[in-house]
Write a protein that binds this ligand. Structure first.
Ligand code: TRP
Ligand code: ZN
Length: 880
């Protein structure tokens, strides 16, 4: 069956208001009964009766009552997707009794079982798997939830809002009643039932009220929830101080679950988290996990205002809440990273966060934006909404918010946020409504101007290129800067007729240095709003060196062919903007690796070695910033920069660069290592994390050239580590560069030690997959501890093998691609959302040297899968 397409232009408001809803759950793991009573009012006058169409999916409707009178089955219509009651008018009460099967629900959408407990996931369209309801974000209602279940099995039974009744029933069952004080769309509904460890904290919000914070985790994990609780408290404080937004509930709960499709979910007052983004202690979590937990806890908490209090009118507006909330979590992390540091260090700490975020954007989003799934941050159509929780909607969406912040300044942006909440609190709105609030401020600031053209960022896909040409007149001491923007149609845009893409409003941040590396023009933001524009700068006394796109002020590509290698080196050594200094060396290194991949016999340029040497010798930067300066671009980061991707050639060139830098700067790496050996106690803070990262960077370059002392040190650090970061970094390096028998022994020991900890075991699976050959990868999915039902484990094995093991995955002959295809087919019938995500690994097939083989495996998946999720992905990949 062909998928059907939903269009943004077809939006119509719902014909009814759901005034109140009372859900009553009788929970059993095999079969849960749901009674749903809704007080409904038709929006139309009483003479025009409308049918009431409610969504359903994979549930069984048992009985329907209209105003407490049971309806005969011929009085309603039931199909696979809808329950429809004809001729509804005025005010009425509708009760639907249904049941579902949590234990056999492997989709992890709707109500499902995980480790003996029950959880829900309703965004985007999971509520219809729980009960018949208008499952769309613009229908807001007041929810009361009654849960009845076995008290021993489910001592905790949670839902949104406040607990208003808790009492025992007959037969060892008990009952809890929850009432949510805020109206909400059904995608924010949640229910959790099980036995947990609970960490509690009281928090006094700014206005004085005391609220209860709770973090729930599987029994035995109490100690691992301290960091999540601390992050939650930091997030609440941060939203109070930076955005003047307070928690609006008496009680805020966070629950960790092992089986989860994504990172976490912002259900009102009851956030549910993938355990990977909630549980941490020094022994089991890496520095990266600590940082991720802080960011995701922040993200979900910030949704309470940007997403929940003001929500989306329809799913095309997803970036309204996601782009804005990612921007907020990025700022939260940056503020946390730079808190308490002196001004210079704080700047480089913020730059490190920006560099990380930009790297995700350029690696994943730039690729998406030129592939078959390219879409504007506010898409115009979709087949399966689950496929549009993308890096474009999230990360590019955050860039579009960040540009508005850049244009308005912090104070102006906060003023715009105020207007947004004043206008739209407790409403379901559109992206235009958000920009209009910001535009109100922009027009005040810039009379006669507006953000109208800026809105093109919401309607057009693709990464714009800004072509730069300069003329310097040394007599007149003027610099003329010619800018031209281009952005050819991508994705579905290529199929649109009679349509011309419009220019974007691009804030372009820049500064100017002289040839001695001194800044002669401090940072300023140019407004590029036309297809072509010229800017002139006077009193430029000597030949200018341009530092463009400081702090990555817009999600674009700069094309500046006049810029020489020498200018880039100068910027890499002297740019006063920490991001731009990183960027210059990043571009140089990227060019260099790409060149080596095409000319494998040539040598690494002395310029690159010189920059690395100077950064190795410069102790004035903090450890994290030094770490990013000493890191080469990732291999996948280079994929969007080449016409045709040859992953194996890039891998070899990358390794060669690592070795050359190792050989040529050996004593500097040794000094760096000696100065950054593990310390006696572990702290997850940013500065200590940077020191650990530098230690492993030094080890990498030394181990790559088989330095025996470094190999011994890595083994020693691994065996004596008091934290997972050191233990795992060294294990990864030994797996890549260490002697075979040591590698086998340490990997086996790690597996034995951690086989009962699913999160640590995922690290093992992912590491083995990264270095597996065809035989080993097939063994891995037959390991007794591998399961297709746990998305984290699937991502650890498939994700790593297909995206971080170029040698085996892209091996000529296509066995790697067939492995991918077999996995997607197997997953398709278990968990279509996760299967579709894995299917996207092949999106860029056209750009690879082995395009033909990749296409064959896509066709195989097209023929052997059934879910609309996977079908949308592979059809788009093959049809564009
Ligand atoms: N709204 C969630 C977030 O960004 C993510 C989310 C969307 C999700 N759909 C999901 C999570 C499905 C799990 C499953 O924080
Ligand atoms: Zn989100």
């Amino acid at each position: 069956m062909a998928n059907s397409t939903i269009y943004r232009k077809d939006y119509l408001p719902f014909d009814f208001d759901i005034l109140r809803v009372h859900l009553c759950f009788d929970i059993h793991p095999e079969k849960t009964y749901v009674t749903n009573t809704m007080n409904i009012r038709s929006k139309h006058s009483s003479d025009t009766a409308h049918g009431l169409k409610l969504n359903i999916q994979d549930i069984t409707i048992d009985k329907v009552f209209l105003n407490q009178k049971e309806l005969h089955p011929h009085e309603y219509q039931l199909s696979e997707q809808f329950l429809e009651i004809p001729n509804c008018q005025g005010d009425f009460e509708l009760t639907v009794q249904s049941h579902c099967h949590p234990r056999t629900n492997s989709t992890l959408m709707g109500l499902y079982e995980s480790n003996q407990s029950l959880f829900t996931q309703c965004e985007a369209e999971g509520f219809r798997r729980i009960t018949a309801y208008p499952d769309r974000p613009d229908v807001l209602s007041s929810f009361t939830v009654t849960i009845r279940g076995d008290k021993q099995r489910y001592p905790y039974m949670l839902s949104n809002g406040n607990l208003i009744v808790s009492r025992d029933l007959a037969d060892g069952r008990h009952e809890c009643v929850w009432e949510d004080p805020f109206k909400k769309p059904c995608y924010l509904f949640a229910l959790v039932a099980g036995d947990f460890d609970v960490r509690e904290e009281k928090y006094r919000i700014k206005s004085g009220k005391e609220v209860l914070l709770q973090v729930y985790s599987d029994k035995g994990n109490y100690d691992k929830t301290a960091w999540a609780m601390q992050s939650l408290i930091h997030a609440i404080e941060w939203d109070e101080t930076r955005f003047n937004l307070e928690l609006d509930l008496d009680r805020f709960m966070v629950v960790a679950v092992n089986d989860f499709n994504m990172g976490a979910m912002e259900n009102k007052g009851l956030n549910i988290f993938n355990a990977a983004y909630a549980l941490a202690d020094p022994e089991t979590a890496t520095d990266a996990s600590y940082a991720d937990i802080e960011a995701v806890i922040g993200h979900e908490y910030f949704h309470n205002w940007t997403g929940n209090r003001v929500t989306c009118r329809d799913w095309f507006q997803l970036s309204l809440k996601e782009g804005l909330t990612v921007f907020r979590d990025q700022e939260f992390s940056a503020d946390m990273m730079s808190k308490g540091l002196d001004e210079e260090t704080a700047k480089s700490a913020r730059a490190v966060k920006r560099i990380d975020d930009v790297s995700v954007l350029r690696t994943a989003q730039f690729a998406e934006d030129k592939g078959p799934m390219a879409h504007p941050i506010r898409p115009d159509s979709y087949e399966e909404i689950g496929n549009f929780y993308t890096v474009t909607v999230y990360e590019k969406g955050a860039e579009i918010i960040r540009m508005q912040h850049t244009l308005l300044g912090e104070a102006g942006f906060q003023k715009g946020m105020n207007i947004y909440f004043q206008r739209h609190d407790e409403q379901a709105v559109t992206c235009d409504d958000f920009v209009d609030a910001m535009d109100t401020v922009y027009r005040e600031q810039h009379p006669g101007k507006s953000l109208e053209r800026f809105k093109n960022w919401y309607s057009q896909a693709g990464t714009p290129t800004v072509h730069v040409r300069t003329e310097y007149d040394d007599k007149a001491q003027t610099l003329t800067l010619h800018l031209k923007q281009t952005c050819p149609p991508v994705g579905l845009e290529t199929k649109r007729e009679n349509w011309v893409k419009q220019p974007f409003h691009i804030p372009l941040s820049m500064g100017i240095l002289n040839e001695q590396g001194q800044e002669i023009l401090p940072t300023q933001v140019l407004q590029l709003t036309e297809a072509e524009q010229t800017f002139t700068f006077d009193q430029i006394a000597s030949r200018p060196i341009l530092s463009l796109l400081r702090d990555f002020s817009a999600p674009i590509i700069i094309n500046y062919p006049q810029q020489t290698q020498a200018e880039k080196v100068l910027l890499a050594l002297h740019d006063t903007n920490a991001f731009a200094r990183y960027e210059a060396k990043h571009q140089l290194a990227a060019q260099e690796i790409i060149r080596l991949s095409q000319a494998p016999d040539s040598e690494v340029s002395p310029d690159l070695i010189h920059i690395w040497e100077s950064n190795l010798l410069n102790p004035s930067f903090d450890a994290n910033y030094r770490f990013v300066l000493l890191s080469l671009p990732s291999e996948t980061g280079l994929y969007t920069m080449v016409k045709q991707i040859d992953p194996i050639a890039i891998h070899q060139a990358h390794q060669k660069t690592i070795r050359t830098l190792g050989e040529r700067l050996k004593t500097h790496w040794q000094t760096l290592l000696a100065n950054h050996l593990p310390t006696a106690s572990y702290q997850p803070d940013f500065i200590s994390a940077g020191r650990r990262a530098l230690c492993s960077k030094a080890l990498q370059h030394l181990m790559a050239i088989k330095d025996p002392h470094a190999i011994e040190q890595a083994i020693y650090i691994h065996e004596h580590a008091n934290n997972m970061t050191d233990a795992f970094n060294t294990l990864a390096l030994i797996s890549e560069y260490g002697p075979q028998e040591v590698k086998e022994r340490l990997l086996a020991a790690f597996y034995q030690k951690w086989k009962d900890n699913p999160l640590v075991l995922n690290k093992w699976f992912s590491l083995v997959a990264r270095h597996a050959d065809q035989t080993r990868i097939r063994e891995l999915i037959n390991d007794p501890l591998f399961t297709m039902r746990n998305p984290n484990r699937v991502r650890a094995v498939m994700g790593s093998f297909c995206t971080a093991n170029p040698i085996a995955f892209h091996q000529s002959g296509g066995q790697g691609y067939q492995f991918w295809a077999d996995c997607v087919v197997a997953l398709d019938s278990i968990n279509p959302e996760v299967a579709a995500r894995m299917a996207r690994i092949m999106d860029q097939w056209k750009h690879y040297v082995q395009a033909d083989r990749m296409k064959q495996s896509l066709q195989y998946v097209q023929q052997h899968t059934h879910s609309s999720n996977v079908q949308e992905i592979v059809n788009k990949a093959l049809n564009i």
